[in-house]
Design a protein around this ligand. Structure first.
Ligand SMILES: Cc1cc2nc3c(=O)[nH]c(=O)nc-3n(C[C@H](O)[C@H](O)[C@H](O)COP(=O)(O)OP(=O)(O)OC[C@H]3O[C@@H](n4cnc5c(N)ncnc54)[C@H](O)[C@@H]3O)c2cc1C
Length: 384
């Protein structure tokens, strides 16, 4: 029996565990999943934890549920080192694990930073609970949302702005509220191509949300309540939501699997390491390397693709699961959802500079779809 070790039980890791169990034959593979947390977090829910629409336990499930459901051996321990030459992973408290196949799904790690400290947007569950306290006392004013460089879910800072606008309206303070997204790019949704820039820009305008371009957040004068960009611009605020910086997980950065950026190096479309073909990377831990944004939908579809490749290899047969390079994102804008759809096939193959994207627009049904997908995710992967 071949052993598949999955590092990380987030969107990519949990989807891989499920697929391995559903697609493998009895006795074909043994699956070990290692995560330092006992929980699988469904991170899009953090925004609703912030506004009080979800409690923390509604936004996560115990990873231990994977054992009775899929036969996955779940180890709660921090991965400390990956040695792809020895095909071994070391952990701080769970021992070492040798593998035949490795799936690295350790995501990106959010770092505490003096600029964003105390004003964090809900990019981790504890930040979401802190943000909830701040949002409870939210009374409008000059609102600034600003992410610090690469971050999970590029559209989500805009979603935070949409949600704060909705709250301002609900609380009757919209007339004394201004909203600005200060973003480290020239245009909103720039990496998604001109159609999306135009469509999304129009949507921001319609909602009265200003866009401050090329804002690389570098400083925060807390007394004066002023944010500073690297090029010296100043943005005063009464209420700020700052997305802290993200970095590659240390066991990846310090392993031979890392690219120069520290995130995992993989080749497309296999998602395997160029030097270690039995080590695969999926999700946020490879997103900067392959030029994709950090999104659960990518992690999920890459997990399915990689599982199919592993089972092909175990069986010496070709099952024919292609990597579906499509991403869909729905943002909650309060009264409605804003949907976007993108196909990255040509971009990732180097045939186009931008993905082929469509702005699906703002409709109430998209918000319902966002809720429906959350229910589907938990039911499909965890059974409830
Ligand atoms: C506010 C917000 C809204 C979002 N909305 C959307 C959305 O609408 N649509 C969408 O597609 N995506 C969305 N995302 C992005 C999505 O959540 C991530 O892209 C997705 O979770 C990435 O999956 P992953 O498996 O790569 O990593 P993760 O889900 O981050 O999982 C990584 C796992 O690795 C574990 N880990 C890390 N380091 C170690 C270590 N050293 N040892 C052991 N375990 C470790 C962590 O505990 C974690 O469980 C959103 C994210 C945020 C923050």
């Amino acid at each position: 029996m071949k052993r598949v070790v999955i590092l990380g039980g987030g969107s990519g890791g949990a989807a891989a565990a499920r697929r391995l169990s559903r697609w493998s034959l009895p006795g074909e593979v043994e699956v070990v999943l290692i995560d330092r947390s006992p929980w699988h977090d469904y991170r899009p829910d953090y925004l609703w934890v912030m506004t009080g629409l979800r409690e923390p336990d509604e936004a996560r499930r115990p990873l231990s549920l994977l054992t009775p459901r899929y036969g996955t051996r779940v180890v709660q321990a921090a991965v400390t080192a990956i040695d792809p030459d020895a095909r071994r992973v070391d952990t701080d408290s769970g021992g070492s694990f040798e593998y035949d196949y490795l799936i690295v799904a350790l995501g990106a790690v959010v770092r505490d930073d003096p600029v964003s400290h105390g004003l964090e947007a809900p990019w981790e569950l504890d930040f979401a609970m802190d943000a909830r306290k701040r949002v409870a006392g939210f009374e409008g004013g000059r609102v600034v949302v600003s992410p610090m460089e690469t971050h999970r879910c590029p559209p989500a800072p805009f979603e935070v702005a949409f949600m704060l606008r909705y709250l301002a309206e609900q609380r009757g303070v919209l007339d004394k509220t201004s909203l600005t997204v200060a973003y480290p790019a020239a245009r909103p949704m720039q990496s998604f191509g001109p159609l999306m820039v135009a469509g999304f820009g129009g949507f921001l305008e319609q909602y009265g949300i200003a866009f401050e371009p090329d804002f690389h957040l570098a400083g925060n004068d807390r007394e004066a309540k002023v944010l500073r960009s690297a090029d010296g611009r100043e943005l005063p605020y009464d209420f700020a939501m700052l997305v802290p910086p993200h970095e590659p997980p240390e066991p990846v950065r310090s392993s031979p699997l890392a690219a120069d950026s520290g995130y995992m190096d993989v080749v497309l479309p296999s998602m395997a390491s160029p030097r270690y073909p039995n080590a695969y990377g999926i999700g946020d831990v490879v997103a900067p390397t392959i030029g994709l944004g950090m999104a659960g939908v990518f992690a999920h579809l890459q997990a399915e693709h990689v599982v199919s490749r592993i089972l092909d290899d175990v069986r010496g047969a070709y099952m024919g699961e292609l990597y579906n390079m499509v991403g869909v994102c729905v943002m909650d804008a309060g009264y409605m959802g804003v949907g976007v759809w993108c196909d990255f096939t040509d971009k990732l193959a180097g045939r186009a500079t931008d993905p082929d994207c469509r702005m699906l627009g703002g409709m109430r049904v998209f918000r319902a779809l966002k809720v429906a997908f959350e229910k589907y995710w938990f039911a499909n992967v965890f059974g409830s």
